[in-house]
Ligand binder design. Structure first.
Ligand code: GRF
Length: 234
């Protein structure tokens, strides 16, 4: 009888929450098809009935659901209905990828440790929208993307991993966002691979990697693997 921690793990069941074009969903599906991510997408959910991500999901044969906020009396009831629908798919992890709504506290609490978001900045810098223009306006030398656990604070949860890109002279928001998006996809896949292997958890508000609380976000290397951030110089 193999020890419990070495028994084969079932594929990670992922529910994707998105409002837009769905390139992160495609990155997940491509990684599954390539055999580098042991997961299944149990469902794709959106607040926009015409979001391209839903069409992409349906084309991939996935269950795709849109819940329309104006059909609910208020935000709390919309969010409760959305997450009731998500829970129906029994996900291990909910991935917010371009979901353009703040999720209300009761649902965030319900999903604590089981919901992550990918955000196109090196958090805690540049929360909210138009992150690439914020980075350009701030004149930073590096920018990038973060995957973090979702908490009630917008883009404020414990950061799991980051991918960094240089800001180049002459960059505008469009060019910079494309450079960041190119690294978002392997970043998200690397984080999901780590979840699928049972290597990441949220414990007492801290991200643990292989059972150890991390002192800084994991870093995505050029080999698209995650490595612990170097300890600050003693
Ligand atoms: C990504 O840039 C993500 O970081 C942000 O919204 C965008 C979603 O892109 N939250 P897509 O819909 O996955 O292509």
């Amino acid at each position: 009888m193999t020890p419990a921690d070495r028994q084969p793990r079932p594929p990670l069941r992922i529910a994707v929450l998105a409002s837009g074009r769905g390139s992160n969903l495609l990155a997940i599906l491509d990684a599954i098809a390539a055999g580098i991510l042991d997961a299944t997408v149990a469902g794709v959910f959106s607040d926009k009935s015409r979001a391209p991500v839903l069409e992409r999901a349906r084309s991939a044969g996935l269950d795709a659901h849109a819940l329309v906020p104006r059909e609910f009396p208020n935000r709390l009831e919309f969010d409760a209905a959305m997450f009731d629908a998500i829970e129906q798919t029994a996900p291990d992890l909910v991935v917010c990828a371009g979901y353009m709504r703040l999720i209300s506290e009761p649902q965030v609490t319900r999903m604590a440790g089981r919901m992550v978001n990918i955000h196109p900045s090196l958090l805690p810098a540049f929360k909210g929208l138009h992150t690439h223009q914020q980075a350009l306006d701030a004149g930073v030398a590096h920018h990038g993307a973060s995957v973090h656990f979702v908490t009630p604070e917008l883009d404020g949860g414990p950061v799991i991993a980051q991918a960094r890109v240089p800001v180049m002279p002459g960059d505008d928001a469009e060019v910079l966002s494309a450079r960041v998006l190119e690294r978002e996809h392997p970043l998200l896949v690397a984080v999901l691979r780590a979840f699928a292997a049972g290597r990441i958890a949220l414990e007492d508000g801290r991200v643990t990697f292989d059972g150890m609380a991390i002192h800084a976000p994991l870093q995505l290397g050029l080999d698209n693997a995650l490595t612990p951030a170097p300890h600050p110089a003693a």
